[in-house]
Design a protein around this ligand. Structure first.
Ligand code: ADP
Ligand code: MG
Length: 409
């Protein structure tokens, strides 16, 4: 190549070439970065037969098809919640055209409470990501329960963080859950009705008959001549055994359906259960509860009574506790029952199946029962430090209470 190196040339040719090469290198590096970052769909290369187009579809076609065809909503969010990308499924979920969805804020389809949960998650860039349950507000005013999985995406040279979001429609799952809950509620109600019937039978028939036998037996014993000492001793022993049987049958009937609960209300029933527990097991039990100003709905009373029964059963079976504290408090419209022991404790997060081979339903059923009456149940337990069961039940306004009772206890 001939070069003109005349004296009027301002820059020497090699440095111009170097600058050109540097610029081309920078351009090539930028192109490579864009290809790696997925910002390039095709590359145009100038050739002898004119420009040739190499699409990069092959590399990402499968991903695109997958994302576009999947049932879940897929989104890419900027840190401020703006939807940079959304698939058709998400547009269908929120019942808005895709063009309206793109560029708008994801927060707009969430309730204020859900927004408050999401915002900090879009600030954190924890690699493991996060999951939340939310209600999506669709364009037609309807709402859809959804499971939202959030994961920060690799920056790939982008200036600010972006997040990959997968939205799963939980309508069907929620409906099934509700049906299952309603069904188990019906089972519990049927079980309670059956228990009440068996308790009545035991009380009205078996106990009555046993008491009649006991009375006749005592009369017979009195008729025995005084010198028949051995026979009198045997008869007294038998009537004692009969008396114990009556007590046992009454205890079973009381456990099946405590008449004290129906007749006297929650506080006397809790007190009777606690006294019976302490007397029978020898574990010291302190009960702190003030009389309530009014009777509660029957189902709430029965729920709290059954939860206490089951919790004390667990203390007896598993805790090896020396002290138990039972507390019933009412703060505004929330009734709270706490059962706390100082026993060996356990790990409530560990799945029950791995704790033991058999399935444990006690705690699960206690929680379910609290849920039926709109309440919650928390289990706090630390190994070697004891266990605390906390039940909180919101009370309905007095006018809406299902059962009106004249006497307040
Ligand atoms: N108060 C407690 N103290 C120690 N461990 C407990 C207590 N309550 C429950 N647990 C543990 O939790 C498990 C599950 O309890 P639960 O669901 O009532 O089933 P179950 O009593 O039939 O084993 C128990 O097996 C026991 O290991
Ligand atoms: Mg149990």
């Amino acid at each position: 190549m001939k070069t003109d190196r005349g004296k009027h040339s301002a820059r020497p040719a090699p440095s111009r070439e170097l600058a050109e090469l540097r610029a081309r290198l920078a351009e090539a590096e930028e192109t490579l970065r864009a290809i790696r970052g997925g910002e390039v769909d095709a590359v145009v290369v100038a050739g002898k037969q004119g420009p040739r187009v190499f699409t990069l579809e092959g590399a990402e076609h499968a991903y695109r098809v997958l994302i576009e065809c999947m049932n879940e909503g897929a989104l890419i969010l900027a840190a401020d919640g703006v939807m940079l990308y959304a698939n058709q499924s998400f547009a269908r979920m929120v019942k808005r055209p895709l063009e309206q969805v793109l560029g708008s804020s994801f927060h707009r389809v969430l309730s204020v409470t859900n927004q408050a949960v999401l915002r900090p998650l879009l600030k954190r860039t924890v690699k493991s990501g996060s999951k939340i349950q939310a209600l999506l507000h669709a364009g037609d005013g309807s709402q859809m329960p959804a499971h939202i999985s959030i994961r920060p995406l690799a920056k790939n040279g982008a200036k600010s963080a972006t997040f990959g979001i997968v939205v799963t429609d939980m309508t069907e799952a929620r409906r099934n859950e509700e049906m299952l809950r309603a069904l188990t509620h019906r089972v519990v109600q049927a079980q309670e009705a059956e228990r009440r019937l068996v308790a009545l039978e035991l009380h009205d028939h078996i106990t009555q008959r046993l008491c009649a036998v006991l009375a006749r037996w005592a009369a017979l014993a009195n008729k025995l001549p005084a010198h028949e000492k051995a026979s009198r001793g045997e008869v007294m022993k038998l009537s004692e055994m009969l008396g114990q049987t009556v007590d046992e049958v009454q205890r079973i009937a009381r456990n099946l359906r405590p008449t004290v609960l129906d007749e006297l209300g929650l506080v006397p029933a809790l007190r009777a259960t606690c006294t019976e527990f302490a007397d029978r097991t020898g574990v010291s039990l302190k009960l702190a509860c003030k009389p309530l100003s009014a009777r509660l709905p029957a189902e709430v009373e029965l729920t709290l009574y059954r939860i206490l029964q089951k919790a004390l059963e667990n203390v007896e079976k598993h805790a090896r506790a020396r002290h138990v504290m039972v507390q019933l408090t009412k703060q505004r419209d929330i009734l709270q029952l706490t059962i706390k022991d100082d026993g060996i404790g356990f790990d409530p997060d560990q799945p029950p199946a791995s704790r033991k081979k058999k399935r444990n339903f006690g705690l699960l059923r206690m929680r379910e029962r609290a849920t039926y009456v709109g309440g919650t149940l928390k289990v706090k337990s630390v190994r070697r430090a004891g266990t605390e069961i906390e039940v909180r039940i919101p009370l309905p306004p007095p006018a809406r209470a299902k059962r009106s009772r004249s006497k307040a206890r």
